[in-house]
Design a protein around this ligand. Structure first.
Ligand code: SF4
Length: 321
């Protein structure tokens, strides 16, 4: 095919929202036939939807032979955020995570990643995208980078990278590659500033220590164009003390960042407990007093299983959602 056909195809795929190759009417009939032999548009509708009373929706998409992934749609005042998955299950084994308990089923292709964005009914209203659903995005970096390129290129969906955040537990080499190749925001799951405690929560700490990740992050420039934030799931009586606040302030010293506190959502079979509202607010105030901008992520969709992985686990195990 001539080179200019690539631009025409991208235009049909990402701007004109077609459903079949046949609709690419500025390509010759022969070209459409050739394309149709090897390719399809790749859109798959959600298999089911759970609706929360707060407006949040969770979509289940079928991938990889009868496995299900979750995608959340979260409207909030003038924002509408989509939270997408990058893997089916996850290898990382974080002990507080329902997706981690599923084990790893497979990487999603860039098509399966972007289909979550393109195939929910609210896709035209979306303002923000976060890679915070099932899986560790940097463990599927090449497909994630491909999806980011399509999202942010002029020939693709044309989104500003400042509307997209990729969340990771911190993997040394992939984090460098991500920071070199993408301008999107980065969020790192921290959860404890103490090595032994973090290791008990997140086995990844053994091979990718927080210190090594913070050293890498210190080598990059974060500003209003590209933000770094740290996610901190607060567990009752575990990582919510003044000692933690003091150590967080020490290890994050010199990094222009913010902390997002997430109240732990109870999952079946977990010994960890959610802290009360006052403990969450107290922790935020203590961090703010140390000069770290800290916000509390509001809990959304609690009535439909806010913890990521709950719905897909139920669907996989019982066929219900
Ligand atoms: S928290 Fe993220 S990285 Fe850890 S097991 Fe769950 S999905 Fe994987």
């Amino acid at each position: 095919m001539p080179g200019f056909a690539a631009k025409q195809i991208a235009d049909w795929l990402y701007r004109k929202e077609i459903q079949s190759v046949d609709e690419m009417t500025n390509l010759s009939k022969r070209m459409r036939e050739v394309l149709s032999m090897d390719y399809e548009i790749g859109l798959t509708a959600p298999a089911s939807t759970a609706r929360s009373s707060d407006g949040t929706k969770k979509y289940l998409f079928k991938v990889l032979n009868h496995k299900y992934i979750e995608t959340a749609y979260i409207p909030d005042k003038d924002r509408a955020t989509i939270c997408i998955s990058s893997q089916s299950g996850c290898k990382m084994g974080c002990v507080f995570c329902m997706t981690g308990k599923q084990g790893f089923q497979g990487n999603l292709s860039s098509n399966e990643i972007l289909n979550q964005f393109r195939s929910i009914p609210e896709f035209r209203n979306l303002t923000n995208m976060v890679y915070m659903g099932m899986g560790e995005p940097l463990d599927n970096l090449q497909e994630v980078l491909k999806s980011l390129e399509i999202m942010t290129s002029e020939w693709g969906y044309g989104w500003s990278p400042t509307r997209i955040t990729v969340s990771t537990i911190g993997l040394k080499d992939p984090i460098k590659e991500f920071l070199e190749k993408s301008r999107c925001h980065l969020a790192v799951s921290l959860h404890s500033p103490f090595d032994d405690e973090r290791m008990r929560l997140m086995p990844v700490q053994r091979t990718n220590s927080l210190k090594e990740i913070l050293d890498i992050i210190r080598g990059y420039d974060f500003n209003s164009q590209r933000r770094i934030s740290f996610e901190y799931i607060l567990f009752k009586g575990l990582n919510d003390t003044h000692r933690h606040v003091k150590e967080l302030a020490r290890i994050l010293n010199g990094i222009k960042c913010r902390i997002n506190i997430i109240r732990f959502h109870q999952i079946p079979g977990s010994p960890y407990q959610s802290p009360g509202n006052s403990a969450v607010i107290e922790f935020r105030e203590a961090l703010n007093a140390k000069g770290i901008i800290t916000t509390i992520r509001s809990s959304r969709g609690e009535d439909i299983g806010a913890a990521c992985g709950l719905l897909s686990t139920l669907k996989q195990n019982t066929g219900k959602e």
